[in-house]
Write a protein that binds this ligand. Structure first.
Ligand code: ATP
Ligand code: MG
Length: 224
């Protein structure tokens, strides 16, 4: 099986070298646990280290956050965008009306297809799917939309990360699940942690591992 390197130091060795090619992995966790940074680094490292073009589909959150990351981490996202290796596609709350079941299929997926296919994207991050799940209050509609979206990625040789706060509706559809949390230590400090709780076709240790976020980005300490 081909593996897609995660570009997260310490993570590949937990999951036999990377995400299974064309898999769709749920990244779930509460606010501030590092979901967006992990997703962005998967795309940034994908372009920089592996020459794999990627697209970030932003729904919820602000574009300014990316500017902060660029500044903090010294990542030249603008240059990657100019070269067409990285696309950032942002939905604003006023666009969420498009997230109806039929429009999503036609308009939104159609538009994305017109970007994703010509650029030859191999990596996609949806950050986050939560506004879509809130918009499609009918869980069956939401699951169907997500199913079709993931199916489109798989058909186009794309490995995807789906960011979600809760992750309940997405768990069964995704091939893998990575959970992030901030856990309280006995001294009252909170430490960020990562758990791989599902990864198809992969042998992985089921344990919480420390996460470090610094000016070098997101990394996992794979030794307990
Ligand atoms: N320079 C830094 N050094 C240490 N930690 C940092 C630094 N910059 C950011 N962080 C940490 O990274 C976290 C940001 O993570 P991120 O935005 O990826 O979270 P998130 O899970 O996407 O949150 P949300 O659910 O609100 O979108 C901050 O909470 C902060 O703790
Ligand atoms: Mg975020």
């Amino acid at each position: 099986m081909q593996r897609i390197h995660t570009a997260i130091p310490g993570l590949d060795r937990l999951i036999e070298g990377g995400f299974p090619e064309n898999s769709s992995v749920l990244i779930k966790g509460g606010a501030g646990t590092g979901k967006s940074l992990l997703g962005l680094q998967f795309l940034y490292g994908g372009v920089k280290d592996y020459g794999e073009p990627g697209i970030l589909i932003q729904a919820g959150g602000f574009g300014t956050t990316l500017l902060w990351y660029e500044e903090m981490l010294g990542w030249d996202l603008a240059k990657m965008q100019e070269k067409g290796k990285l696309v950032i596609y942002s939905f604003k709350p006023k666009d969420y009306d498009k997230f109806g079941p039929t429009k999503l299929q036609g308009e939104v997926l159609g538009k994305l297809r017109n970007i994703i296919v010509p650029m030859g994207a191999r990596r996609v991050v949806i950050d986050s799917a939560t506004p879509l799940s809130e918009k499609l209050s009918d869980k069956a509609d939401y699951r169907r939309s997500l199913y079709e979206t993931i199916e489109f990625f798989k058909d186009n040789n794309i490995t995807s990360l789906i960011v979600s706060d809760g992750g309940k509706a997405e768990s069964g559809l995704c091939d893998g699940i990575i959970e992030l949390q901030q856990a309280e230590e006995p001294n009252g400090e909170f430490k960020k942690q990562l758990l791989v709780s599902k990864m198809l076709a992969t042998n992985f240790p089921v344990a919480w591992y420390p996460v470090v976020i610094s000016e070098r980005g997101f990394s996992v300490r794979p030794f307990l």
